[in-house]
Design a protein around this ligand. Structure first.
Ligand SMILES: [Zn+2]
Ligand SMILES: [Zn+2]
Length: 214
């Protein structure tokens, strides 16, 4: 029975990994794996839009866009809590189902520590990404950023941010969600709430690699 459980668990992990990470490959075009990948990676929202549009009309659609805007494009911790719930829930599920097989005939005790360590490290990097300064440009540090990223007069000419009312260093952008100019702005990341630019890249990339490997 225990072996059957293990085989089932491995099969579920394998199938879901293929669906999530490889389902968009051309080789799966036209197969249920491709369709499932589509629904897992955004298609579900389109389906929800269609269902709500069909049943509740324009008013219903406006309501879901409003919720989406509030959850993903406003500075609040909803996505962070969601992320912690997913990772914590997945770890709890693994702990209560598969961790009892460690150590076992196929896995040594080190896998228990590796599994737990990668989850803890991933969450730690997530917190570091969320709470570190992404490079907010303010009147007190704008001269440092201008020295770091000088105007070249070709691609980057002197500009003033009309909201912050300070010079905008090359490659920086005003983030309308955070309400600040951010140096070498990449994109605003809803998962980490306020911030993501070059300053967070090391933490953020490390976290992504870790959690993809989990
Ligand atoms: Zn932002
Ligand atoms: Zn600004």
């Amino acid at each position: 029975m225990a072996n059957l459980e293990l085989v089932f668990y491995i099969a579920v992990v394998l199938v879901s990994s293929v669906i999530c990470f490889c389902g968009h490959w051309p080789i799966f075009e036209g197969t249920p794996i491709h369709a499932l990948n589509y629904y897992c990676t955004g298609g579900i929202f389109e389906l929800l839009e269609k269902c709500v549009g069909f049943t509740c009309g324009e008013r219903g659609l406006r309501a879901i866009y409003c919720v989406e805007h509030y959850c993903c494009e406003r500075p609040n911790p909803i996505l962070q809590i969601f992320y912690f719930t997913i990772v914590g829930g997945a770890y709890f599920a693994a702990m209560t189902t598969s961790f009892k097989y460690i150590p076992g005939p196929y896995l040594s005790a080190i896998h228990w520590y590796l599994g737990t360590g990668s989850v803890v490290m991933g969450l730690l990097l997530f917190l570091l990404t969320s709470f570190s300064d992404p490079g907010f440009v303010s009147s007190s540090n704008v001269s440092d950023y201008l020295a770091m990223f000088p105007y070249d007069g070709v691609l980057y000419e002197e500009k003033i941010c009309s909201t912050c009312n300070i010079p905008r260093p090359p490659r920086s952008k005003h983030c309308s969600i955070c309400g600040h100019c951010v140096a070498r702005f990449d994109h605003h990341c809803g998962w980490t709430v306020r911030f993501l630019s070059h300053m967070d890249y090391d933490w953020s990339k490390s976290k992504e690699y870790l959690h993809r490997g989990e």
